[in-house]
Design a protein around this ligand. Structure first.
Ligand SMILES: CC(C)(COP(=O)(O)OP(=O)(O)OC[C@H]1O[C@@H](n2cnc3c(N)ncnc32)[C@H](O)[C@@H]1OP(=O)(O)O)[C@@H](O)C(=O)NCCC(=O)NCCS
Length: 159
C-alpha cells in the first residue's frame, strides 16, 4: 500500500525510510540542544515498531519529520522537528495528522508525549491536536547552562 498525505507548501507526507536517517539527524540537531546520532535514527527507521513520517518535496528533500514508538496499545511520540526555514506553515500539524491516520491501522489506542513545559510552540500544537497534560516530570530535559527543565506529559486518544 502506498502511503501519501498532502501537506502545505507543495510538500507531502510519506513514511520515512532507513536512507533518511542522516537528514533526520540533521533536522533534529538543528532543533534540540542534545542531538541524536545518525545511527540511532537508522535503527529506529529499520524497526517497524517505530514508524516515522517525513514532510518532503517530490525530490524527497526533507523539511520535517515525526518519529513514533509503538508498544502494545500505546504510541509514544519520540520526537518531532521541522527545519527552522519551514516552521509555522502547518507541517508540524500535517505530520501529526498523518501519524494519527496511519495508526488507525495499528493496535495503538492512545498516544503519549513529553514536552519541555517552556516549549510553547509545541504545547500549542499538541493542544490544538487534542492532547491534554496528564502529569509533569521534573528535571527531565538538560539545559545548556547545566540546569534541567520540567517536562509535561500529554496524552490523546487515537481513533
Ligand atoms: C514544534 C514544531 C515541530 C511545530 O512545527 P511547525 O511546522 O512550525 O508547526 P505548524 O506550522 O504545523 O503549527 C501548528 C500549530 O502549532 C502552534 N505553533 C507552531 N509554531 C508556533 C509558535 N512559534 N508559537 C506559538 N504557536 C505555534 C500553533 O498553534 C499552530 O497552529 P495555528 O497556526 O493554527 O495556531 C516546530 O516548531 C519545531 O520543529 N520546533 C523545534 C523542535 C521541537 O520543539 N519539537 C517538539 C518537541 S516535544
Amino acid at each position: 500500500m502506498m502511503k501519501f498525505w498532502m501537506a502545505p507548501g507543495g510538500l507531502h507526507i510519506e513514511p520515512a525510510e532507513t536512507r533518511d536517517a542522516k537528514d533526520l539527524a540533521r533536522i533534529h540537531g538543528q532543533s534540540f540542544f542534545r542531538g541524536w546520532p545518525t545511527g540511532d535514527f537508522a535503527a529506529f527507521l529499520g524497526d517497524a515498531a517505530s514508524p516515522a513520517y517525513i514532510a518532503c518535496d517530490s525530490r524527497r528533500r526533507i523539511a520535517g519529520f515525526a518519529l513514533i514508538r509503538l508498544a502494545a496499545d500505546e504510541a509514544e511520540l519520540l520526537t518531532i522537528a521541522v527545519d527552522p526555514k519551514w516552521r509555522g506553515k502547518g507541517l508540524g500539524r500535517a505530520l501529526m495528522e498523518a501519524g494519527f491516520a496511519d495508526l488507525m491501522l495499528s493496535p495503538a489506542r492512545r498516544m503519549f508525549l513529553e514536552v519541555d513545559e517552556q516549549n510553547l510552540a509545541a504545547i500549542r500544537l499538541y493542544k490544538r491536536l487534542g492532547f491534554e497534560a496528564i502529569s509533569t516530570r521534573k528535571g527531565y530535559y538538560p539545559r545548556p547552562d547545566g540546569s534541567a527543565a520540567t517536562a509535561l506529559v500529554m496524552a490523546r486518544d487515537l481513533g
